[in-house]
Design a protein around this ligand. Structure first.
Ligand code: PMV
Length: 340
């Protein structure tokens, strides 16, 4: 919401969800479809902007213990460098979002302070960087326009994602900006569907840090070396995504679980699993999960398990906690980026 206290301060506030990729991570970077859902863990961004002769943006993340000031020159340098050069500091992608919003509204001379906060585990495959980029862009647009267009936020947040990850497919910022369930093919208009029933998922975090950019580049180099074999794996994932969409629309949990198991096997073959992810996948299956797989880039981070119902999800969660995981049951959401 825009507010002008004493006629000169503009304020904006927005929140955005986390995400879980149900099917198709990694192959989506190479043009196959994928399905993701929005998860109701949220990031929040609040900005205060006033006109000033000396332009700068201060970004504060109390949770990360970070506070960085970006001059207008620094913003321009960020805006003119395309994609990631591996040197971005954690708050650079947020500042880049501000640069693109400023270009849209053509404002010169600003003194802006943004405060970000998030409930989403960092670097765990749940889209924390895309969520913070999305809520920040939402807050900037809310301050200037008084409202937020989720498709516009999605586009600007993609620039931030490029700075963070190099060559992202765009699935994270898409599902986070739009909410609900998204069927996504890189470069095409996403298909968004409203979630009408809860999908009883359990999420377990290995707490093993990993780099999405490195894992994506490892898959790309395996693809170069073993083109036919890897293309066959991508084709199988494509098939799983199409069948997964039907299973989701019919709410056929057994079918969905079986497809998750096959997708995990293929991700393992692509070299993006981790012994602890595999262990948690087996703990979940042995606790009766209908299916389990890693989610997101892999190499650590999170896995997801599908339960028969909410009660069963809580039993699987307990078994995963006993095995040492940071586990919780999911609550999905149709709410993408929103003003607050
Ligand atoms: O943001 P992460 O770490 O959950 O990974 C995103 C999914 C990938 O397919 C591995 C990368 C991408 O850009 O789609």
């Amino acid at each position: 919401m825009t507010m002008t206290d004493n006629g000169s301060n503009m304020t904006g506030c927005a929140t955005a969800p986390a995400k879980v990729i149900l099917f198709g991570e990694h192959s989506v970077v190479h043009g196959t479809p994928a399905i993701a859902v929005a998860l109701n863990l949220r990031s929040r961004a609040q900005v205060k902007i006033k006109k000033s002769d000396v332009s700068h943006l201060i970004v504060k993340s109390p949770a990360m213990g970070l506070e960085v000031s970006f001059s207008s020159d620094r913003l321009r340098t960020l805006g003119q460098a395309s994609g990631s050069n591996g040197n971005a500091t954690p708050l650079d992608p947020i500042a880049l979002g501000f640069y693109h919003v400023l270009n849209l509204i053509e404002m010169n001379g600003f003194d802006a302070t943004l405060i970000i906060d998030s409930e989403i585990p960092i670097g765990a495959g749940l889209g924390s960087s895309a969520s913070v980029a999305t809520s920040s862009v939402g807050a900037f647009l809310a301050a200037f326009n008084g409202e937020v267009d989720s498709l516009q936020v999605r586009e600007i947040a993609f620039r931030s994602e490029e700075l963070t990850h190099g060559k992202p497919s765009g699935i994270d910022n898409t599902v986070i900006a739009l909410g609900g369930l998204v069927y996504f093919i890189k470069g095409q208009k996403p298909e968004r569907k409203e979630l009408s029933t809860e999908i009883p998922l359990v999420i377990a975090n290995t707490r093993i840090p990993r780099s999405t950019a490195t894992l994506v580049s490892n898959v790309a180099s395996l693809f170069k070396r073993k083109q036919k074999a890897v293309q066959n794996l991508f084709d199988s994932i494509s098939d799983i995504v199409e069948q997964g969409l039907h299973a989701l629309l019919k709410n056929d949990l057994e079918d969905l679980g079986e497809l998750m198991n096959i997708n995990h096997g293929i991700l393992h073959a692509l070299g993006v699993s981790h012994p602890l992810l595999d262990r948690y996948v087996w703990v979940a299956r042995e606790s009766g999960a209908l299916g389990a797989k890693l989610t997101g880039a892999g190499g650590g981070g999170c896995m997801i398990a599908l339960a028969e119902n909410v009660h069963h999800a809580s039993e699987i969660k307990q078994e995963l906690i006993k095995a040492g995981a940071d586990a919780f049951t999911s609550v999905l959401t149709n709410q993408g980026v929103e003003t607050c």
